[in-house]
Design a protein around this ligand. Structure first.
Ligand code: MV4
Length: 502
């Protein structure tokens, strides 16, 4: 029986996991670094242990330290959250060897899915659609040119140890092949300590659609339908929604079956996500499998009514999944916006610092998963995610309106956030119509980055033009920086002549 869980994470996801623990009468154990002494996950937990200095490799990535704390606290299980050690097979193995339950899949499943060439091979054997490409590490000889020609251009070279957009290269024509190949290999060696690469046909303008699956220790596997994650910027998700406006019930059924086949092929246990690329003709291809709980899991929880963290814990505890596939429904529509401490007007640079004021949205159909509070200082050491705003409504249209309302209510000062940027996404025709793909942000950049500073400059210019127009037509000279009564005369003039709105 799992009675006590150590949460090997921080921030919003640590709090999210502890909330489910509390509902299950499970004692939660927090671990924290120097920078997290005042963090909410420490206050929320039943017990908390200091594990080291702020840099994550000396704290949240220190396997020995975390396992020894788990032993000391007599935790029955460790939940890794996402990021940090969540997809580290060695950590999962060492946790198990310490006689502690790792809340997640087996080290073997993590290893297989972590190596993209191995995963492609296993998927092919399991009858899962994979992107046409190679399934072995290629050397730079005639074979490379031959297979590249077979696959056709454009194509992608990807690092086998990569994933999530890291270590990818797009090759448009044969002349670029050798150079890109060498660069991809050396980048992979530096970034992952593994220079294996493979080739895939380039899927143009794809949708990024992922399926949530749950698998227990008794061979039961179900899928909880899809999440549309095509609104991304530099491989960082910005907005997610479910159901996907791009997929049909028939496609959902086929993709769901393949997602289950993918999980089955590695004897998957726990919650996992199977990512697909879907093209405009509704062809879909396995991309990779994430062997962890994902950031965007709440939208699935909202439409299915299933607490995914609770299911993870129950599965780890050996309980069979009681719910059958035909009981899974997507009820209504859910959208998530990620609120990062970053500055969209400054190339999305992280904007850590003190939260001076925060008012979170409330009301019908609104959920926020966060961890910050007034007076909290966001550390520079970790992911700058402040919170996730999740809305639900019966229809997609209503959900968008509700998201706009919630974004209007959301007030955060002290750090920069992408709230104005997210509001504009909700007003962009491709988003409103549900006709977007992974190029959405790039294609709509002009509109989305019409920032506040630019608006202010336009306004200043309009005021100046109005002033010139007034002085020219009336002969009156007014000083712009004076706040005398005469100033209002030219403002009135400007307003009446529709030069500016004031
Ligand atoms: C691709 C692709 C087109 N064709 N693979 C980027 C993230 C990583 N998981 C895989 N990625 C892509 N792989 C082939 N064969 C296009 C992307 C891609 C992308 C995928 C999902 C979401 C956003 C993206 C943005 C650019 C490229």
């Amino acid at each position: 029986m799992i009675r006590k869980v150590l949460v090997a994470n921080r921030g919003e996801i640590a709090v999210r996991i502890m909330r489910s623990c509390r509902e299950m009468d499970i004692t939660s154990v927090a671990v924290y670094s120097e920078a997290d002494r005042n963090s909410l996950h420490v206050r929320y937990a039943t017990e908390a242990f200091f594990i080291g200095p702020s840099p994550s490799h000396e704290s949240y990535l220190d396997m020995d330290k975390i396992i020894s704390v788990a032993r000391e606290a007599k935790a029955d299980a460790i939940h890794p959250g996402y990021g940090f050690l969540s997809e580290n097979a060695e950590f999962a193995r060492r946790v198990n060897e310490a006689g502690i339950i790792f809340i997640g899949p087996s080290p073997d499943a993590i290893t297989k899915m972590g190596d993209k060439i191995t995963a492609r091979k296993i998927m092919l054997e399991a009858g899962v659609n994979v992107v046409p490409g190679t399934n072995k590490n290629l050397n730079a000889d005639e074979e490379l040119y031959r297979v590249a020609r077979e696959i056709g251009y454009p194509l992608m070279i990807k690092a086998s140890a990569g994933g999530g957009g890291k270590g990818m290269r797009l090759v448009w024509k044969e002349e670029e092949l050798a150079g890109s190949y060498q660069m991809a290999k050396s980048e992979a060696a530096t970034a992952f300590g593994n220079n294996s690469v493979y080739i895939e046909k380039y899927i143009e303008s794809p949708h990024h659609i992922e399926f949530q699956i749950l698998a227990d220790k008794h061979g039961n596997i179900i899928h909880l339908c899809e999440r549309e994650c095509s609104v991304q910027r530099r491989h960082q998700k910005v907005v997610e929604e479910t159901p996907s406006p791009h997929i049909t019930p028939q496609l959902r059924k086929e993709m769901g079956e393949q997602a289950i086949a993918a999980a089955k092929s590695v004897n998957y246990e726990g919650a996992g996500t199977v990512e697909f690329l879907v093209d405009n003709e509704h062809n879909f291809y396995f991309l990779e499998m994430n062997t962890r709980l994902q950031v965007e899991h709440p939208i699935t929880e909202r439409v299915t009514g299933i607490d995914l963290v609770k299911k993870q814990i129950e599965i780890a505890d050996g309980k069979p999944l009681e719910i059958q596939q035909d009981q899974i429904r997507q009820f209504g529509h859910a959208i998530e916006c990620r609120i990062y401490a970053e500055d969209p007007e400054n190339n999305f640079r992280p904007s850590p610092g003190l939260i001076r004021h925060i008012t979170e949205p409330l009301g019908l159909g609104v959920r926020t998963d966060g961890y910050v509070f007034e007076g909290y200082e966001i550390p520079i050491y970790y992911d700058p995610l402040i919170s996730k705003l999740i809305v639900w409504a019966f229809t997609r249209e209503e959900a968008i309106q509700r998201m706009k309302r919630a974004l209007f209510e959301y007030k955060i000062t002290g750090v920069k956030t992408p709230i104005p940027f997210l509001k504009r996404i909700m007003d962009t025709p491709d988003f409103v119509n549900g006709t977007y793909n992974t190029h959405f942000i790039q294609e709509n950049e002009k509109y989305l980055l019409t920032n506040e500073r630019c608006n202010k400059k336009c306004e200043d210019l309009a005021v100046f033009v109005a002033y010139l127009d007034y002085t020219e037509k009336t002969g009156n000279k007014i000083h712009l920086n004076g706040s005398d009564k005469k100033e209002s005369a030219w403002k009135i003039y400007a307003k009446q002549n529709s030069i500016i709105r004031l």
